[in-house]
Write a protein that binds this ligand. Structure first.
Ligand code: CO
Length: 157
């Protein structure tokens, strides 16, 4: 297969993205790294004890069945996440994988535009349309199946 093309399909790499440049293209920053934990208070305490890091924002997101604690690192966050229902997708994830890295949130200027663009380029998505995330952000998840086993969240502040 070609190193740069997707003539054989599947790689997701094709013509240069209209916004492609030497940076992250439409990805303007790492918004957050999501880490699944069983005990949110214990995880918050660990980051405090180890690094002196404190919680910038804490929120229960009923629609996702999770509670999060955001720890600010420069312009990004560590998002400690714990399920609050047995049926939430995060609970199911943790049944299979336990604690640990869960997803990466990439900041974008226009979530809807980027979502349509990646769908058009063949990425499988979890959210067909942008929805409201924590802190009043607009978010959409891409399915790990077509993104190198990485759950990706597009985040528009
Ligand atoms: Co997230």
């Amino acid at each position: 297969m070609s190193l740069v093309g997707d003539e054989d399909g599947g790689s997701g790499l094709g013509a240069p993205h209209p916004h492609a440049d030497a940076t992250g293209g439409v990805l303007t920053d790492i918004d957050h790294v999501g880490i699944a934990v069983y005990d949110l208070d214990a995880a918050v305490g660990w980051y405090r004890d180890m690094f002196g890091a404190t919680v910038a924002h804490r929120e229960r997101i009923e629609s996702d069945g999770v509670e999060e604690a955001l720890i600010k690192v420069a312009d990004s966050y560590i998002q400690l996440l714990t399920p609050v229902t047995d049926t939430s997708p995060l609970a199911k994830f943790m049944e299979r994988n336990g604690e640990g890295l869960h997803h990466v949130g990439y900041r974008v200027d226009d979530c809807a535009e980027v979502l349509e663009s990646v769908k058009g380029a063949g990425a499988r998505v979890v959210d067909e349309h942008p929805r409201t995330g924590s802190r009043g952000t607009t978010v959409a998840f891409l399915h790990p199946k077509t993104s190198f086993a990485t759950l990706i969240e597009l985040v528009q502040e």
